[in-house]
Ligand binder design. Sequence first.
Ligand code: DX5
Ligand code: ZN
Length: 223
Amino acid sequence: MPKIAPSILAADFSKLGEDVRRVSEAGADYIHIDVMDGVFVPNITIGPPVVKRLRDLSDLPFIAHLMITHPERHLAAFAEGGSDVIEVHVEAEQEDVRQTLRAVRGLGCKAALAVNPPTPVEAAFEYFDEIDLLLIMSVNPGFGGQSFMPEVLPKIPAARAELIRRGLEVPIEVDGGINAETGALAAGAGANILAAGTYVFKSQDMAAAIGALRSLSGPSSKD
Ligand code: DX5
Ligand code: ZN
């Protein structure tokens, strides 16, 4: 059973707190927070002060998905804001990916590395000893509501094989265009966590949407 991480990018920003509370009560496992800087991706979303304000509204672990350039400059702010997992992109300009991941762990957070659709997942392999979670993007980041790219699916078993080869039990999250149909493909390929924005927040019944994703068959979740 995969774990479910609703992406608040698809929430109503005019009542973000209420939406975070509602989705938490609807049975989510994590809150996925999409942070965009207008440089690494064309869109701009939210930053650490918003994360901090949301922190009191949910007991769920917060995943801060940093789609930003030079993430190392902002790690402390996201950690202090209450992020439990901090995801940085292997493609993002930064001093040193390994140092960034170590800094995340040094702040007491779980470190995750994200891989965009055009990037071979092998680009992340050399950092597998430094991560607590791997994020495989199934859309090009920047916007919610895009279509799932099935061509990324083979990355999931490829990453899992390399993790097993290294003796690592690292969960794999898939993010972008997830619904009941595409979520089944991702879970079937071995995803442990499904990030879903539009499918959860635009549904009439968030609990049912989360339940539908969670019932998809996949590997037993490791987090
Ligand atoms: C894309 C974000 C995703 C995305 C998820 O840049 O990282 O988290 O918004 O939203 P949906 O499920 O609508 O694709
Ligand atoms: Zn995301």
